[in-house]
Write a protein that binds this ligand. Structure first.
Ligand SMILES: *[C@@H]1O[C@H](CO)[C@@H](O)[C@H](O)[C@H]1NC(C)=O
Ligand SMILES: *[C@@H]1O[C@H](CO)[C@@H](O)[C@H](O)[C@H]1NC(C)=O
Ligand SMILES: *[C@@H]1O[C@H](CO)[C@@H](O)[C@H](O)[C@H]1NC(C)=O
Ligand SMILES: *[C@@H]1O[C@H](CO)[C@@H](O)[C@H](O)[C@H]1NC(C)=O
Ligand SMILES: *[C@@H]1O[C@H](CO)[C@@H](O)[C@H](O)[C@H]1NC(C)=O
Ligand SMILES: *[C@@H]1O[C@H](CO)[C@@H](O)[C@H](O)[C@H]1NC(C)=O
Ligand SMILES: *[C@@H]1O[C@H](CO)[C@@H](O)[C@H](O)[C@H]1NC(C)=O
Ligand SMILES: *[C@@H]1O[C@H](CO)[C@@H](O)[C@H](O)[C@H]1NC(C)=O
Ligand SMILES: *[C@@H]1O[C@H](CO)[C@@H](O)[C@H](O)[C@H]1NC(C)=O
Length: 477
């Protein structure tokens, strides 16, 4: 083609039609050049974005880019939000970004919110100059990525920081003592990293800190420092798998702020679960699982009126479990939705399940104990139950008939007990049941014919000498 003609064609295409000209001008607007450079470098660091959000990062008005929010006063980028876990139209999807976190992210000097959490494969380090370059930062979310290196010392300069989520990376080194200067900090989650001790005592001046999670790090806090129990706003304490030794830490007895959540699981705690825990009347979640506690569940637990989640599994706890179902509860039916007492030395007959104030339980695991006697029909009152595990106990007599009323039941594990008699016909009403194990009991007679019972594999019923019919062999009588 003649080159003159070609140029005319180009010009014709480029001349905007009337009415479109205004839009063209808007599209040509540029965002702050430093912001543009920072975001362009960020994009260049990512080789693969399964959410395809960065694909639409073209042109030079970065304020219009997906995940980027500019201040309408300064025009500077104030928020970069590209979380990997997405909610669109009430459906959730997990996306990922493979690549490096560009250090040029620090060019976004007006940034208040940086949310690059849950991108799974985002690698690299937290830029060491972050504290000097992003003075307005309030929220820093880099959870569940592949970041390495230390938490920069300069982080202590970010005096407006309210939330730090660095959990689920491979960050190493110590927590910098400068973190104690973050007087606005409310949430701190460093769990699941390679962070080592000691814990800087400067953290004691985090007066606004409400939620602290240091679980599954290499901190090796053999005893919890005293100042932690004196932090004025602390309400949620997660110190799972950090090597705590000895008796239940006394320092929690006198915390200035009433504890709402306490997780000391996966440590080396011994001795008794103290009576005074019953004074934590606002406690919602207690996880003491995987320690070596040797005591009864204190009778004072009946005062834990707000308790929703109780996980005491894998200890050496003894006595009756009934106290749990006698917790008063702030609401009719109680608040307790999740109870795991499995893998302990509990014994005796269960009398209060379903007859006590607590009837809204969804998950109940009493497996691997020495529970004896008749399992009460009152279990039928736990109408929200989805998972019931009573396996590996010494329960006798017939299967509870009224369990048939718990139509929400999805998992039923009763294997390795001494249940006798026939499988109640009413169990055919358990239409939500997806997992069933009745093996190794003394059950007899015909397996009730029909869904869902006859659809389970033979292994669900094996080890019951007297059982017959589908899916086992036909009855001989
Ligand atoms: C900036 O935007 C916010 C929210 O969209 C609005 O409430 C506020 O009035 C705007 N400020 C100015 C100066 O336009
Ligand atoms: C979400 O729903 C809206 C309206 O119902 C629809 O226009 C849009 O395409 C949907 N988006 C996705 C990602 O499904
Ligand atoms: C994490 O980063 C390392 C290099 O630091 C790399 O070898 C590895 O493949 C990355 N893993 C993922 C899941 O991206
Ligand atoms: C901290 O992050 C982990 C995920 O890495 C999460 O399971 C935990 O609930 C978080 N802790 C708090 C207190 O939010
Ligand atoms: C953790 O600390 C205890 C006591 O301070 C020490 O005996 C132990 O060796 C440490 N463990 C590790 C893995 O560093
Ligand atoms: C309690 O802690 C254990 C071990 O850390 C964990 O596996 C379990 O999921 C926790 N329970 C609840 C209810 O969060
Ligand atoms: C528990 O609270 C009661 C009164 O509420 C108090 O008398 C008792 O000393 C407290 N127990 C402990 C061990 O703090
Ligand atoms: C109940 O606890 C036992 C032992 O802790 C565990 O093996 C089992 O998977 C749990 N059952 C359910 C349904 O979670
Ligand atoms: C279970 O349902 C039966 C009727 O199918 C009823 O007679 C019985 O009272 C119910 N039991 C409980 C504990 O709700």
């Amino acid at each position: 083609m003649d080159s003159k003609l070609w140029w005319i064609l180009v010009i014709l295409i480029l001349i905007p039609k009337q009415g479109e000209s205004k839009r063209m001008i808007l599209e040509q607007e540029e965002c702050n050049p430093e912001d543009l450079k920072g975001l362009t470098s960020f994009k260049a660091g990512i080789h693969l974005d399964s959410s395809n959000r960065l694909e639409a990062w073209v042109g030079s008005n970065c304020c219009k880019w997906v995940g980027v929010y500019c201040s309408n006063t300064t025009g500077r980028v104030a928020e970069l939000r590209l979380p990997g876990f997405l909610e669109t139209n009430e459906t959730f999807s997990q996306t990922s970004m493979v690549g490096w976190l560009s250090p040029s992210i620090t060019l976004l000097t007006s940034l208040e919110v940086l949310d690059l959490g849950w991108l799974i494969s985002l690698s690299g380090t937290i830029p060491s100059s972050i504290g000097f370059d992003l003075p307005s930062l309030r929220i820093l979310k880099l959870s569940l990525n592949n970041l390495t290196g230390p938490i920069p010392e300069s982080i202590g300069k970010l005096s407006r920081l309210e939330e730090i989520f660095l959990d689920g990376n491979s960050l190493s080194g110590q927590i910098p003592s400068s973190i104690g200067r973050l007087s606005q900090l409310i949430f701190l989650n460093i769990s699941n990293n390679l962070i080592e001790g000691p814990l800087p005592s400067e953290m004691s001046s985090l007066h606004n800190l409400q939620s602290l999670d240091l679980s599954f790090t290499r901190l090796n806090i053999s005893s919890i420092p005293k100042w932690l129990g004196e932090m004025p706003s602390l309400r949620r304490v997660f110190l799972a798998g950090v090597g705590i030794q000895g008796n239940f830490p006394e320092l929690f007895q006198t915390t200035p702020s009433p504890l709402l959540e306490l997780d000391l699981s996966f440590n080396n705690l011994i001795g008794i679960i103290p009576e005074w825990l019953g004074n934590f009347t606002r406690l919602y979640k207690l996880n003491l699982s995987r320690n070596s506690f040797e005591s009864k569940i204190p009778s004072t637990f009946t005062s834990l009126n707000d308790l929703g989640v109780l996980d005491l599994h894998s200890n050496m706890l003894t006595g009756l479990i009934d106290v749990v179902f006698l917790i008063e509860g702030s609401f009719p039916g109680g608040t307790l939705t999740y109870v795991d007492l499995s893998d302990n030395l509990f014994s005796g007959e269960i009398l209060e399940i379903g007859t006590g104030p607590q009837t809204t339980t969804v998950f109940l695991n009493l497996s691997n104990n020495y529970l004896q006697g008749h399992f009460p029909d009152s279990i039928g009152r736990l109408v929200s139950l989805r998972s019931l595990d009573l396996s590996y106990n010494k329960l006798v007599f017939g299967l509870p008939e009224y369990l048939a009323n718990v139509s929400s039941l999805e998992k039923l594990k009763l294997q390795r007990n001494r249940f006798t008699g026939e499988i109640p016909n009413g169990y055919l009403k358990l239409k939500a049941l997806r997992e069933l194990d009745l093996s190794d009991n003394g059950l007899v007679g015909k397996i009730p014919d029909g869904a869902p019972l006859s659809d389970f594999p033979r292994s669900s019923f094996s080890g019951n000498i007297g059982l017959c019919e589908k899916p086992l062999s036909p009855c001989k009588f």
